[in-house]
Each structure stands twice: as C-alpha cells, then as structure tokens.
Design a protein around this ligand. Structure first.
Ligand code: BG6
Length: 469
C-alpha cells in the first residue's frame, strides 16, 4: 500500500442513522405525521393512508427513549462522529407553521448534548427520506415552490438553535433518490402511477434552491458551519469494452452526478439542459434562482456507497438483473452479492472517491456504507458477524488507498451502527449494526441491546485510526 495511505488525525469515524428508521414514538410530544408514517411496506413503496396496517417505523427501536444508553455504546466503540437526521415533523408537525414545536427542538438538543458529553461530533441530515405528510396532501410535495420557503424556515430554525454545538450538516439525504423513488425523495405522487419527469425535475429544482438557501442562511448564522450535499453514489461500469456500453455507463452516471454537479458547481450542466429540451421538460426557473444556486454551493460532498452498477446495450445482459434499494441493475459477473442481492464491490469505493474528488476537488465524507445481513444469536449468546467485518474491512482498506491516491476524505460513518428498520423493505431481519437489537420484523422482542463481534472489531479500527483492520 502507498506510504501516503493513512487516515488523517481527527478523521471522523462513526455511524449514521435516520430518524424514521429508529426513533419510533411517531406521535410523541406533538410530532406530526410524516411520509414514513404512512409507508408500512418501506419508505420507497407507495403510501398507505389507512394507518391500519402494522408499521414498524411507528416503533422503530425506541431510540426516542433509549438514546442515552445507545450513545453510551457508540462512545464505548470510540465514535468521533454520529450522523443522524432530524424528523421535520417533530420541529414543524405540518411543515407550514410559522413557529416550531419546542418539544421537538428540545429532544434533538438533548441528543446533541449527550453526544457532546461523550466528545462525539454530531452530524445532522436536515431531511432524510421523509417530510410532513401535510405538505404532500395540501401542496403536492416538492413540485410546489412553496416547499422551498417551508424548508428554508425549517433549516434556519435548526441552524439558529444548534449552530454553536453542531458544525457538520447535510441538506438532503441521497437527493438523487428523487429520480428513482419520487415519493420518498419529494413526496410526489402521480395520478396514473407512472413517473412524470416534468414534476420530478421541477421538484429537483426546488430542492436545489432549498439546499442552496440553507447553505446561505447557515453560513450567515455561523460562517464556520460545514454544509454538504449527500448523494447515493451509483458508479456504473460498462458491461464490456464495447464503446456503446461505455457511453451507456456515462449516461447512467450522469443521473447521479447531476445532483452533486448542481449543488457543488452551482449551475445546471449542459447534458441535463439538453436532456430537458429533447424530452420537452420545461423547468420553471424564477429570476434570481440561478444566482442563488451559483453563490451558495456546498462545502463538502457527502455520499453513501453500498454497491456498484453495470450498464450494457446488449438485451441479453439487460435480462440479468441484480437488486438494490434505489435502483436494480445488471449483475456483474466479477462480484458477489449480499443476501438481498446488493453487489459487493470494495474497489468501487476507491474509484468513487477518486471520481468525486477529481470532479469537485472538495472534501469528501462517506456517510453511509455497510452490509445488511441476517444475524444469528449463538447458544452462548454471542453474534459472530464475521461477514460484516469482512465487508467493512475491505471497504475501509479501499478508502485508505483512496487517501493514498490524494483524495481529501474527512470521515466515515457506517450505516446503522445499531440495528434499525430498513428503508427499502421495512424489516428488522436485515441488520447493519455493531449492536444487535432484540426486536423482530413483527415488532416483537425485549428491545435489549447486545454487542456483536463487530463491536470490538470497529472499536479497534477507530482506536488505531484505521491501522488495525
Ligand atoms: C440508504 C438510505 O440508501 O440505504 C438509508 O439512506 C437506508 O436510509 C440504507 O437504510 C440501507 O437501505 P435498506 O433498504 O437496507 O435499509
């Protein structure tokens, strides 16, 4: 390995979670209904307003009440950072109020204080895969420009209240989810059920504006804040060296990079402007919008990485489907997959780091990565999750190489350091944690926390600043 492949001092090791996947207590202390609260089949599935079905998100793992003991466990592993999201509906239950719900503000202030007590840097995602349901029903979600104003007020409230305690922020989780799951990303519903790109790209414009205005107001309140974007990285390989396959891969990558291009470079790239013309998509852009995008770009690039993708122009290859949460792709014959069919590709992480750093030359923050797997409690009470250790070890080794390549990487928060409800399938059978939660997909169990084998392994990784993998 290169002699320069070393994690820098102060590297932000930790874990990442999202409010709707672990807090539970979905109506406590004045919280309003969010889109996740009506998604019993997973927050990437169509909503079910009946509220009759059992919904695991309503209970989560009860983090709302257990955050102190859970954070103590993170501290025991030596976490330097903890990424979590704020449920918009705890702060503004309907989303369009003028004044926030103080009980919601206090809850997150308590979480932040608990982290700081343990010297853990809070990293906040302002919007992670959920929004007030009222904004969907009353306004039609993000295709409505009013959402920009509501989001800006929400973000400003958070910056005003927490800016002295929280330096790292992200405006939207996996903002590119909008293209693949428009309800999850933007509260968009379509009458005939068919995706309508006009609405999707209009909603994207509004989210870009909301994000840029959040960067603006955040920096006005405190110039030291680091406010980033967050994309689901989806690097695509050509299936063969056929030039047409390479171009198909380039086109597929653009669907992802478009989002970080706008948020980081501050303007609409020509490939997308042409795509809109070709497809009769007309985005309403008001005077001053483009200046806002240009002047308030993000400070760093946050991204998740779980797998890589393959593009091909050969119909035979297109038949070989793999799985994923946002996008299913073609099977890559060189890769193994997780139990859920996600293709495992550690080297892809090194490539993504290089690709993003070459393109933006801004610090990178890997804010999600991990293996969803079924864990078994042995007779002696232990959980031998060597498969998880293998996955994480291989990915961390590659990101270390990326640092050797010259990439400015500031942190790594693995996904779901404590088991939580999955986003795509609303289950607890699929686990990501170093900490096991005794609760199943039917919501049964004691909710007790148990350390898996990976708990001590990750503790050692952090303790040695990535030298002992
Ligand atoms: C990411 C999301 O895409 O993938 C998380 O930001 C999600 O919210 C994670 O949980 C893993 O996906 P899943 O479906 O296994 O929970």
């Amino acid at each position: 390995m290169s002699k320069l492949a070393k994690f820098p001092e102060g590297f932000l090791w930790g874990g990442a979670v999202a409010a709707n996947q672990l807090e539970g207590n979905f109506q406590a202390d004045g919280k309003g209904l969010s889109t996740a609260d009506v998604s019993p089949n997973g927050i990437m599935s169509p909503p079910d307003y009946s509220m009759k079905d059992f919904n695991l998100y309503h209970e989560g793992i009860d983090f709302y009440n257990t955050y102190k003991e859970d954070i103590a466990l993170f501290a025991e592993m030596g976490f330097k950072a903890f990424r979590f999201s704020i449920a918009w509906t705890r702060i503004f239950p309907n989303g369009d109020e003028l004044h926030p719900n103080e009980k919601g503000i206090t809850f997150y202030e308590n979480v932040i204080d608990e982290l700081l007590k343990h010297d853990i840097e809070p990293v906040i995602t302002i919007s992670h895969y959920e929004m007030p349901l009222h904004l969907v029903r009353e306004y039609g979600g993000w295709k409505n420009r009013k959402l920009v104003e509501f989001y800006e007020r929400y973000a400003k409230t958070l910056f005003e209240r927490y800016h002295e305690k929280v330096k790292y922020w992200m405006t939207f989780n996996e903002i590119n989810v909008l293209l693949h799951a428009p309800f999850t990303g933007g509260g968009l519903l379509f009458e005939d059920g068919k995706k309508n790109e006009q609405d999707i790209y209009q909603a994207a414009h509004h989210q870009f504006l909301g994000s840029a205005l959040a960067v603006k107001v955040g920096h006005e309140i405190n110039p030291d804040l680091q406010i980033g974007c967050m994309i689901a990285s989806m690097i695509t390989y050509p299936y063969t060296s056929k030039p047409e396959d390479m171009f198909a891969a380039t086109q597929q990558d653009r669907k992802t990079l478009f989002f970080s291009d706008v948020q980081s470079r501050g303007y609409y790239p020509s490939y997308m402007k042409n795509y809109w013309i070709e497809n009769d998509i007309e985005i309403e852009i008001e005077d001053g919008d483009l200046e806002i995008l240009r002047e308030h770009t993000v400070d760093y690039i946050g991204f998740s990485y779980y797998m890589s993708f393959v593009a091909s122009t050969d119909p035979e290859h297109l038949k070989q489907q793999a799985s994923g949460n946002l996008l299913a792709g073609i099977k890559n014959p060189y890769l193994k997959a997780s139990e859920w069919g996600w293709q495992i590709d550690p080297v892809g992480l090194r490539t993504v780091c290089n690709q993003l750093y070459d393109r933006y030359e801004k610090p990178l923050f890997i804010v999600e990565n991990g293996l969803g797997a079924v864990d078994v409690i042995e007779e002696d009470g232990t959980i031998q999750d060597d498969y998880r250790i293998d996955y994480l070890r291989a990915h961390i080794a590659e990101m270390k190489k990326a640092i050797g390549d010259g990439v400015d990487l500031i942190g790594y928060t693995s996904w779901g350091p404590i088991d939580l409800v999955s986003a795509s399938t609303a289950e607890l059978k699929k686990r990501y944690g170093f900490i096991y939660v005794d609760r199943d997909s039917e919501g049964k169990g004691s909710n007790k926390r148990l350390k898996k084998k990976s708990f001590d392994w990750y503790k050692n990784v952090i303790g040695s600043n990535g030298e002992k993998l």
